[in-house]
Design a protein around this ligand. Structure first.
Ligand SMILES: [Fe+2]
Ligand SMILES: [Fe+2]
Length: 230
């Protein structure tokens, strides 16, 4: 059993928003994703770090879930800023149950135990972009901090691997509150997505305050999930 992560699959099998139009790395990206998952075994676990489907509602995202479920390994999905299909995790779970897709779980106010000693924690995270300093910005950040702490607490004394959509450290930006939580809970590794194309140049990868940071956007990884743990 191995633990993998990849973010930002940006699938649109059930709706017309293919990423191939961006050309370059995104050309034939669905095939690249299928090939990239070829290395995974059925007992592996892969965390999908948000921006999973362009579907505007659950019905239009359903074909993307079917595609994801058919890839090898168990998949754990967290929410990205473009996952408009996500109204509640309960509704998404209901859709998966009705489609008999049993290989997908959602990381949302919870954690998943991995092996004997590790735990998979996380949430979407927050990124100021256009809203820095507004009341809404503060509210969203506090909500995400609460979700992350709930997830970390649920992990107990296990070794914590955190998965976010938004990078908490990027270029000159740092989300101090999220970085504090990661340090406080002794998090081993933090993987995030969201960054694409030229923005990837500003990704922070390396160690800071005892936490290892990784960027796992699909186009950054060549559409191959990154192995984190055996
Ligand atoms: Fe994205
Ligand atoms: Fe994103």
């Amino acid at each position: 059993m191995s633990l993998y992560a990849i973010g930002d699959l940006h699938l649109s099998i059930g709706c017309e928003k293919p990423m191939d139009v961006f050309g370059g790395r995104w050309e034939n990206y669905v095939e690249k994703i299928r090939d990239g998952f070829g290395a995974l075994m059925p007992d592996d676990v892969c965390v999908l770090c948000g921006d999973v489907s362009w579907g505007m509602d659950l019905q239009s995202a359903a074909p993307d879930f079917a595609f994801i479920d058919a890839l090898p390994g168990r998949k754990i999905i967290l929410k990205g800023n473009h996952d408009y299909w996500w109204s509640t995790a309960a509704k998404a779970k209901g859709l998966l149950a009705s489609m008999q897709l049993e290989g997908i779980d959602f990381l949302h106010n919870n954690c998943f135990f991995y092996g004997e000693t590790a735990a998979i924690c996380g949430t979407r995270g927050w990124f100021f972009e256009e809203e820095k300093g507004t009341a809404h910005d503060r509210k969203m950040l506090l909500r995400e901090l609460g979700r992350l702490e709930t997830s970390l607490k649920a992990a107990g004394d296990r070794e914590k691997y955190v998965f976010l959509h938004y990078p908490p450290k990027y270029g000159h930006y740092e989300c101090g509150e999220i970085l504090d939580l990661l340090s406080q809970y002794g998090v081993k590794l933090c993987a995030s997505g969201h960054l694409h194309g030229p923005a990837l140049k500003l990704a922070f990868e390396g160690e800071s305050r005892g936490v290892r940071f990784l960027t796992v956007s699909a186009d950054h990884l060549g559409f191959e999930p990154k192995k984190l743990l055996d």
